[in-house]
Design a protein around this ligand. Structure first.
Ligand code: MN
Length: 228
């Protein structure tokens, strides 16, 4: 074992449903505007744009069940997303072989400091300040493919304090999971432990302290997140 000059940071990890094992996370890729209705609500034409990705930091993932209202913003938005976890990777992965690399699926939120993201967009600056902050990706446990298969259709829904705010169907994704994996593998070397957040349906909006966010995706169950 090597020795380190300072104490080594912990390995970021996600819990696994019905197991005490953890899923170690290497990278977190997030696709933008992957549901047509959400692209339109953000002021874009969904038909003319190739996919694009940004990254969150692996240690932004948080399975604690709570989301502390972050600093330096007054407009934090919820984005419910299905999360894909890879058990292997590579480059130049064909679409037809992409699902062979998937370990499992889960529920997550791509929490966004929309005001800071908006300023960054306006100035042509990167998005990290709006997207990649502490605890910006509340997640639930992963479900292995052996138990849930590869969800490609079904309700994806977010309620805030019992009221439906976001609703869509997984089959409305503009870029499907195999296409996202294949596309990413043309630009990056994917590997075991990589996680992909697959985009959010329409209805994004602000949260405030005290809100309860209830996530649901057919086949992947439910997850409650408390805003504090
Ligand atoms: Mn998102």
């Amino acid at each position: 074992m090597p020795t380190y000059a300072i104490e080594a940071p912990r390995v970021p990890a996600m819990p696994i449903a019905s197991s005490d094992d953890l899923f170690p996370v290497r990278r977190v890729y997030c696709i933008g505007r992957n549901y047509a209705a959400h692209a339109i609500e953000m002021g874009h034409d969904p038909d003319r744009e190739p996919p694009f990705f940004f990254q969150k930091n692996p240690d932004n993932l948080d399975a604690s069940g709570s989301f502390p209202y972050p600093a330096r913003t007054s407009d934090v938005h919820h984005e419910i997303e299905m999360v894909v976890a890879l058990k292997s990777g590579g480059t130049g992965i064909p679409v037809e072989q992409a699902l062979d690399h998937v370990w499992g699926y889960g529920l997550g939120l791509d929490m966004t400091r929309r005001d800071l993201q908006g300023e960054a967009k306006k100035m042509g600056r990167p998005w990290e300040i709006g997207k990649s902050f502490e605890r910006s990706a509340p997640v639930g446990p992963l479900h292995p493919v052996s138990e849930v298969g590869h969800p490609s259709e079904g309700l994806i829904e977010l309620k805030v304090n019992g009221e439906v705010r976001q609703t869509g169907d997984l089959n409305q994704m503009i870029w499907k999971v195999p296409e996202m994996i294949s596309y990413l593998s043309d630009y990056f070397e994917l590997a075991a432990g990589d996680v992909i957040m697959t985009g959010t349906p329409s209805g994004v909006g602000p949260v405030v302290a005290g809100d309860t966010l209830a996530l649901h995706v057919d086949g992947l169950g439910d997850l409650d997140i408390q805003v504090e």
